[in-house]
Design a protein. Structure first.
Length: 132
């Protein structure tokens, strides 16, 4: 990763921390109150965090000049893929391997971060021109 790409990844991770914090709060609250299991709670939390991440990434990380009507659908398609991956990984970690939900979520977050950064950089926030 070159200097500019590394700086953008670090910015993406930092901005993502806000959405991740929301995800973890929702996850912890839903699990602690026995409202949902860790897999479902993580996915609900990820959806809530995605809304925050979109706004911050559009403005700060990628400084996208794409209109929201272009960037938002792309971002939320990527977010949906991230939520699907979250569901699979959390199920494998917690149900198959019996890993407690918090370490499972930490491992899942690292995997999803790498995937969504790559796709968002290459597609969701890539400039498509000002006339779109």
């Amino acid at each position: 990763m070159r200097g500019g790409a590394l700086a953008r990844f670090v910015a993406y991770a930092c901005v993502g921390a806000a959405g991740t914090a929301v995800q973890y709060v929702v996850l912890a609250a839903l699990v602690a109150t026995h409202t949902l299991d860790a897999v479902a709670a993580s996915c609900i939390g990820a959806a809530a965090g995605a809304v925050i991440n979109y706004a911050l990434n559009h403005r700060f990380t990628f400084r996208s000049d794409n209109a929201h009507r272009v960037a938002a659908p792309r971002f939320f398609i990527v977010a949906a893929a991230g939520i699907a991956l979250t569901s699979v990984l959390m199920a494998v970690f917690t149900r198959t391997f019996g890993i407690p939900w918090l370490p499972a979520q930490c491992m899942t977050t690292a995997c999803v971060l790498a995937l969504t950064y790559t796709i968002n950089s290459a597609w969701a926030f890539r400039s498509v021109g000002r006339d779109v």
